[in-house]
Design a protein around this ligand. Structure first.
Ligand code: TMP
Length: 207
C-alpha cells in the first residue's frame, strides 16, 4: 500500500498530542505500521531550528524570519524524514504541518495566507497531506483545560487575543480546503474524540 500522510492541527492545548498518542496505540494493537512525527522539528536539523524559533529569549525575531524558519524546518523534515517513509509505504502521523504556518503566521501574524502559501510552495514543491484533522476547540476552552500557557515558549506567550485569531484562521482554512481538512469536534471526552478520529480515517480508507 502506498504511504499516507495524516496531519493534526489545532490551537495550543487542543489535545493533538494526546489524540496522536491514542491513535498510535490503537494502530500498534492492530499491527498497522506507522511513524509519529512533529513540526517544527521531527529531524535533527529541524529540531535545532525549532529551538531557535521557540526560544522565549528571541523576542527580537521579526515575523518574516519566523515564517521562513518554519518553512525551512518543514522543508528539511519533509525531505529527510516524511518523504522517505511515505515512499517506503508507511503511514505518517504528523503533529502540525503547513496549515499551522497559514493560521499562525499568515492569518494571526497578518503576513497573509498567499505569502505563506508562496514560501511553503517553494519549501514543499506543492506537497500536501492526504488528510488534515483539525481539532476544533476554541483557545479559551483549550487554555482552561491545560491550565494556562507555557511561559518559556515564545508563541504560547502571545496571549488569548493572538490565539483567538489563530483559531479563526483555522476555521477559514477548513472552509477553503473542505476536501482535505476535516473538523473534529472535541466537546466530549478524549476517548470520544479518539473514536471519531478513528472512524473518519477508516471511512476514508486511510487506515
Ligand atoms: P507545538 O506546541 O504544537 O509543538 O508547536 C510549537 C509552536 O509553534 C506552537 O505555538 C505553534 C507554532 N507553529 C507556528 O506558529 N507555525 C508553524 O508552522 C508551526 C508548525 C508551529
Amino acid at each position: 500500500m502506498k504511504g499516507r500522510f495524516i496531519t493534526f492541527e489545532g490551537c495550543e492545548g487542543s489535545g493533538k498530542s494526546t489524540q496522536i498518542r491514542l491513535l498510535s496505540e490503537r494502530l500498534k494493537k492492530e499491527g498497522i505500521s506507522h511513524i509519529v512525527t512533529r513540526e517544527p522539528g521531527g529531524s535533527d536539523i529541524a529540531e535545532q531550528i525549532r529551538a531557535i524559533i521557540l526560544n522565549g529569549k528571541n523576542t527580537a525575531m521579526c515575523d518574516e524570519c519566523e515564517a521562513l524558519l518554519y518553512a525551512a524546518a518543514r522543508a528539511q523534515h519533509l525531505r529527510e524524514k516524511v518523504q522517505p517513509e511515505l515512499e517506503g509505504g508507511k503511514l505518517v502521523l504528523c503533529d502540525r504541518f503547513v496549515d499551522s504556518s497559514l493560521a499562525y503566521q499568515g492569518y494571526a501574524r497578518g503576513l497573509g495566507m498567499e505569502f505563506i502559501n508562496n514560501i511553503n510552495s517553494f519549501a514543499l514543491r506543492d506537497f500536501r497531506p492526504d488528510i488534515t484533522l483539525f481539532l476544533n476547540i476554541s483557545p479559551k476552552a483549550a487554555f482552561e483545560r491545560k491550565h494556562g500557557a507555557d511561559r518559556g515558549d515564545r508563541i504560547e506567550q502571545l496571549g488569548l487575543g493572538f490565539h483567538q485569531k489563530v483559531y479563526e484562521g483555522y476555521l477559514k482554512l477548513a472552509e477553503r480546503y473542505p476536501e482535505r481538512i476535516v473538523k473534529v469536534e472535541c466537546g466530549g471526552s478524549k476517548w470520544d474524540t479518539a473514536e471519531n478520529i478513528y472512524k473518519i480515517l477508516k471511512n476514508k480508507k486511510l487506515i
